[in-house]
Design a protein around this ligand. Structure first.
Ligand SMILES: *Cc1c(COP(=O)(O)O)cnc(C)c1O
Length: 406
């Protein structure tokens, strides 16, 4: 159930909405109605639960990092292990949910966008599982950079289309995916990868990802006998963060912290910190904090982690920021890479570079906090996908491989 006010046309305060071509309104209405019909339907929820459990391996553990906690000498750091999901990240929670809706709507074709390819791979996998046709739009630059993920999608039967316009990255992939959807709304279902886009996507993705927060809350109460003091997650579009936050929004004692990428620095084009450094604006059909260029268009963005470089952010985060219920901070490439090495060497867990941003913030604040303080960090994904890039950067002398354990 929804924790934050949402009007019929999908606004969180001023944020969200449906700023789309007229043509899309009835399609979005059909989707919103279907979602409302099934979100509390016992059969639907049973199906969802079945695949989360048997296909993705939930529930994911809440793991106490004893070594890291001891090393930092302050707050206890727990990881919500979303990296242990099938395909190595939280994304599959959402693709399972949406594809089950698509099936109930009688759709035959799945359309999706992808940046680094993680959402594309999760979509291709669940489309294969459900025997549905799948086309994934990906910026031509990303197709070149992420060949392995392109091949993964193709192996699972998906067609990958390279988007050739503009910066030829995620933004253009979304533009082209939306166009493909408008061309054949009868048969196709647009499976969006984060808590962004026009209503009902932000609330729908939130609901499918809220399993993260529900489990974490229950697990923390079980092991610690009380709620955590901090919930920390990285924010790209904001789906893993809102998934963790949603079950804690009502608990005023729990501090919710979203961590954005400040990349190489705070100058325009060097980061993707939409909430921290942006201003309200409309793109991809919704109103939210956004990074703009001098013409008010979406600005070029950058982060070492391809999953975080989006110039806008889920509208519910903008709302939580403005009402002061959640706080948003940033971590740089360098801080994220340090956290990446630190977790690898203290716990033997290689985190995704995206998740490393959340971890970096926990590592920053933990030493100043009491030993009774409980921090939950959402480990949104595993880092295997990033190992080759880190190796390249170490070889190029940009980062040094630390040797902490002798
Ligand atoms: C895609 C991705 C993210 C960013 O997406 P959100 O919608 O902000 O969660 C974060 N972590 C991992 C591992 C990802 O694959």
């Amino acid at each position: 159930m929804s924790n934050t006010p949402l009007t019929a046309d999908g606004f969180f305060g001023n944020f969200g909405g449906q700023y789309v071509p007229e043509l899309l309104l009835p399609i979005l209405k059909e989707l919103a109605d279907t979602f409302e019909k099934y979100r509390n339907d016992p059969e639907f929820l049973k199906d969802f639960e079945y695949y989360l459990t048997k296909y993705s391996g939930r529930k994911t553990p809440l793991y106490l990092c004893s070594n890291l906690t001891e090393k930092l000498g302050g707050a206890k750091i727990y990881l919500k292990r979303e990296d242990l999901n099938h395909l190595g990240a939280h994304k599959v929670n959402n693709t399972i949910g949406q594809i089950l809706l698509a099936k109930r709507m009688g759709k035959k074709k799945i359309i999706a966008e992808t940046g680094a390819g993680q959402h594309g791979v999760a979509t291709a996998a669940t489309a294969a599982l459900m025997g549905m046709e799948c086309t994934v739009y990906m910026g031509a630059v990303d197709v070149e950079r992420q060949k392995l993920n392109v091949f993964r999608m193709q192996m699972m039967g998906a067609k990958v289309v390279a988007a050739q316009s503009g910066q030829r990255t995620l933004k253009e992939a979304v533009d082209e995916a939306l166009n493909a959807w408008i061309e054949d709304p009868e048969n196709s279902f647009y499976l969006l990868g984060s808590a962004v886009g026009p209503h009902p996507y932000p609330i729908m993705v939130r609901e499918f990802q809220s399993v993260i927060g529900r489990e974490a809350r229950e697990q923390c109460l079980e092991t610690e006998g009380r709620l955590p003091d901090y919930c920390i997650a990285c924010v790209g579009g904001g789906s893993n963060a809102i998934g963790l936050f949603s079950d804690f929004v009502k608990d005023e004692s729990v501090r919710l912290v979203g961590v954005e990428p400040s990349g190489r620095g705070l100058e325009p084009g060097q980061h993707a910190a939409s909430l921290c450094l942006g201003e309200p604006g409309i793109m991809h059909g919704f109103n939210s904090y956004m990074l703009k260029d001098e013409n008010g268009d979406p600005a070029p963005v950058y982060s070492i982690s391809a999953g975080l470089d989006y110039p806008s952010v889920g509208p519910e985060h903008s709302y939580l920021k403005d009402i002061g219920r959640a706080e948003y901070v940033y971590a740089s490439d360098r801080e994220a890479v340090d956290a990446f090495f630190t977790l690898s060497q203290t716990e033997g867990i290689i985190p995704a570079l995206e998740s490393s941003h959340a971890l970096a913030h926990a590592i920053k604040i933990a030493p100043e906090l009491s030993k009774e303080t409980i921090i939950i960090v959402n480990l949104s994904g595993r880092g295997d996908k990033d190992v080759a890039e880190i190796e390249r950067l170490v070889e190029a002398g940009e980062f040094e491989l630390p040797r902490m354990n002798g």
